[in-house]
Design a protein around this ligand. Structure first.
Ligand SMILES: NC(=O)c1ccc[n+]([C@@H]2O[C@H](COP(=O)([O-])OP(=O)(O)OC[C@H]3O[C@@H](n4cnc5c(N)ncnc54)[C@H](O)[C@@H]3O)[C@@H](O)[C@H]2O)c1
Length: 417
């Protein structure tokens, strides 16, 4: 790309409010713009953040030759077609998750990125969660040996979602709230697959048929006629290991919401529960245990350990937005220091990845090929769940072109290596 990033945000709902300040602050960004179907929401957002341009529609935004990138923050089922339209219009794309909710859309996005050389970067928080950063480093260094089994989940009970679906869904909000959980699979798969360094070749999905009186799931109740509020994916991975990912939307649990329960290797393993992160290596016949909680929990949480109500605070999602020591804040631009973060201290990394990738033309860590591997198992798992868990092949888009250089970024805080 020549020159700095001039990025238009499509979708001025809740989530983007955390991202406009970050993009604006990034040294590779010249200016930002917004659009939303809801005019008042768009105008309020434009005023709140002081954006440079405001468009009446996404189509108008794409027609502006000075816009060279878009940030997609619309509802989850809309991302695929919008990314395709943006790439066809010659724009680099940052997309909130998921990448797309149809297999064909994912293939088309990968093809378009390959043909155009444009940046696509998916903002998957799971890629940068402290547990993922830790396990990825330990797995890729060889310290954990061969991967055997891993398990992760994104638990988000529907009662905590009502307000956010109502915000844009109006009277029809349940039609979108009933989206099959594994059409939004990347919080669990992103943590697992980025840690393990492999991808799913086969998946079985097992669905929980929902009978709750809020009437969100079931035939005729949502855009997909989806009956499942919870789905478990069992994945056979390319490296011969097995992984289990849960995407649950009806579950008696609140926080932590996205976490890896376990990654077992032949030489070392990681396990987690509520606030406790354990790492165990085998040395001869002996196990060497290390409690790595202080490395993987944010200091703002650790400083309350031992206080009355500490665990109740954690299970109510207190102290869950800032970085842990393991995350390499040092790779981020100085302009980010005073900016707010979110989702386990991951927002700044996702924005930095996109900006550095689009500006330099190098590949983001969550480029189209990686994003496809995080998304596709979930889309196939839904089909499998409709067939009572029949194992199905997961299509693969392969690797990025060998001559496309990756950004050289260190996620693990060098201080603790
Ligand atoms: N942890 C995470 O990664 C995380 C967390 C929250 C949200 N998200 C994702 O971020 C996205 C946005 O979430 P949200 O809670 O802000 O949603 P929201 O419903 O509050 O906002 C979406 C906005 O998009 C607008 N929109 C839809 N179609 C449009 C179009 N054609 N042109 C212009 N505007 C359009 C809507 O009017 C609405 O204002 C979702 O896809 C969600 O999955 C990710």
């Amino acid at each position: 790309m020549t020159g700095k990033i001039r990025l238009g945000f499509v979708g001025c709902g809740a989530f983007v409010q955390n991202f406009i300040p970050l993009f604006k602050a990034h040294p590779y960004v010249e200016w930002v713009a917004v659009t939303d179907l809801i005019r008042e929401r768009r105008d309020e957002t434009a005023k709140k953040h002081g954006v440079t341009r405001v468009y009446d529609s996404f189509e108008d935004m794409l027609k502006d030759p000075e816009i060279n990138a878009v940030g997609i923050f619309t509802q989850r089922q809309l991302h695929g077609p919008m990314t395709i339209a943006a790439l066809k219009a010659g724009k680099n794309v940052y997309s909130a998750v998921p990448m797309a909710s149809k297999v064909e859309e994912i293939h088309q996005i990968v093809d378009l990125v390959r043909e155009t050389g444009l940046t696509f970067s998916m903002g998957e928080t799971g890629h940068y969660r402290p547990c993922s950063v830790f396990c990825r480093n330990k797995m890729s260094s060889g310290e954990m040996g061969d991967f055997v089994y891993g398990a992760a989940q994104y638990h988000h009970d529907m009662r905590h979602f009502y307000k956010s679906y109502m915000r844009s869904g109006g009277a029809d909000w349940k039609k979108v709230a009933g989206i099959p959980p594994t059409l939004y699979p990347t919080h669990s798969t992103g943590m697992l697959l980025s840690s393990i360094g492999s991808y799913a070749v086969k998946v079985s999905g097992f669905g929980f048929v929902d009978h709750h009186e809020d009437d969100i799931f079931g035939e005729g109740k949502n855009l997909w006629d989806n009956p499942f509020s919870n789905t478990t994916m069992i994945m056979r991975l390319k490296n011969g290991g097995t992984a289990r990912a849960n995407e649950f939307r009806r579950i008696s649990w609140y926080g932590p919401q996205s976490y890896i329960t376990s990654i077992y290797g032949t030489k070392a393993s990681y396990e987690f529960s509520v606030t406790e992160h354990h790492y165990v290596r085998l040395e001869g016949m002996d196990a060497v245990h290390e409690n790595v909680s202080k490395l993987l929990n944010p200091p703002e949480m650790e400083e309350h350990r031992g206080e009355e109500g500490f665990l109740n605070g954690v299970t109510n999602n207190k102290w869950c937005n800032t970085m842990a020591p393991v995350q390499n804040a040092g790779r981020l631009p100085a302009e980010f220091i005073d900016q707010r973060d979110g989702h386990g201290g991951t927002h700044k990394f996702m924005v930095d990845d996109f900006c550095k990738a689009a500006y330099t033309g190098k590949l983001s860590p969550t480029n189209a090929w990686v994003a496809a591997r995080y998304n596709l198992p979930g889309l196939v798992a839904y089909q499998s769940a409709l067939r009572d868990g029949e194992p199905l092949e997961v299509p693969d888009c392969g690797e990025p072109p060998a001559n496309w250089e990756w950004l050289d970024l260190v996620d693990y805080s060098p201080e603790y290596l």
